[in-house]
Ligand binder design. Structure first.
Ligand code: SF4
Ligand code: SF4
Length: 99
């Protein structure tokens, strides 16, 4: 896992290796985005980054940089004020295929 500033303070459960990995797929509706970057700032896994592209409204939508790190927590979907993000939890077979 990529070490973000926050992750240094996280505890790792003793049985982490025996648990199935939960992963998500993030889809961004770019033209709804208003570039607030809440999703970038608050993603606990550092999955999203601000892009240099402009959307139709003239804002910078996020890019998904670390797609395999998404834990499908749904925080970005919940926090986005423009309902511009959808997160779907991947099936275990899809996680194995992607890794
Ligand atoms: S939280 Fe929503 S509106 Fe804000 S940057 Fe992310 S996708 Fe765009
Ligand atoms: S679902 Fe959670 S881990 Fe995945 S991109 Fe959104 S905030 Fe980050």
């Amino acid at each position: 896992m990529r070490r973000t500033a926050e992750s240094r303070f996280w505890r790792r459960p003793f049985d982490a290796d025996s648990l199935p990995r939960v992963r998500g797929s993030v889809r961004i509706h770019e033209d709804r985005c208003k570039g607030c970057a809440y999703c970038v700032e608050y993603c606990p896994r550092g999955v999203l980054v601000r892009s240099e592209r402009f959307n139709l409204k003239g804002y910078h939508p996020p890019d998904v940089m670390e797609s395999l790190e998404c834990a499908a927590c749904g925080l970005c979907e919940l926090i986005c004020p423009e309902f511009a993000i959808r997160v779907e939890q991947l099936e275990p077979a899809e996680v194995d295929r992607a890794s």
